[in-house]
Design a protein around this ligand. Sequence first.
Ligand SMILES: Nc1ncnc2c1ncn2[C@@H]1O[C@H](COP(=O)(O)OP(=O)(O)OP(=O)(O)O)[C@@H](O)[C@H]1O
Ligand SMILES: [Mg+2]
Length: 204
Amino acid sequence: MTTQMKSSNTVWHHATVTRDRRAELSKHKSVVLWFTGLSGAGKSTIAHAVEEQLHQKGYHTFVLDGDNVRHGLCGDLGFSDADRMENIRRVGEVAKLFIEAGVIVLTAFISPFRADRDKARQLIQEDFVEIYCDCSLEVCEERDVKGLYRKARAGEIKHFTGISSPYEIPENPELSINTGGKTIEECAAEVLAYLVKRGVYQEK
Ligand SMILES: Nc1ncnc2c1ncn2[C@@H]1O[C@H](COP(=O)(O)OP(=O)(O)OP(=O)(O)O)[C@@H](O)[C@H]1O
Ligand SMILES: [Mg+2]
């Protein structure tokens, strides 16, 4: 496993520019908004809508999106259970670094397995906010944004979440949003209200 430390001579170098100092400068705290849900549930759409509004407020944000990290950071990984697990592990580690950098991180991965999400939670601890994008398979399949459900039904894609690979619904997410029944604006507003309630930033 790549989790193993390869060098016993590695030490952590403490920075003088701390997370608290970054938060003071930027006027907001850092946190990971971990969007999870079926393909087409709206993870990317909501993550980017929330990011847009935070950016307009002058805050530091970054979206880690499934498709994008698979080009580079996780370009060597496929969609087997083991590769999905490693994909999520790497994303968790990157998100943790972004947290130290004082950024509001939004991740948009199906992340179908509870155990993997829980590992990311363990790594990121109290800064991990699990957001379940609650949308039925029927609605996601009807949307079929990328045409992937059609291909999965035709047997052209193996291990497709919801069709030939399971999606484990979060048991205790910090936030659950009804992306199947509400508008994009309503869903984004729920996330922003949660951030204020949590004290990530203060409404001006
Ligand atoms: N309330 C809503 N929230 C999010 N998306 C919505 C909502 N209502 C309609 N949509 C539409 O649903 C689609 C969601 O697609 P999106 O690419 O965001 O899904 P995703 O969860 O990121 O899927 P994938 O895992 O394949 O990347 C978009 O076309 C969006 O316009
Ligand atoms: Mg997406």
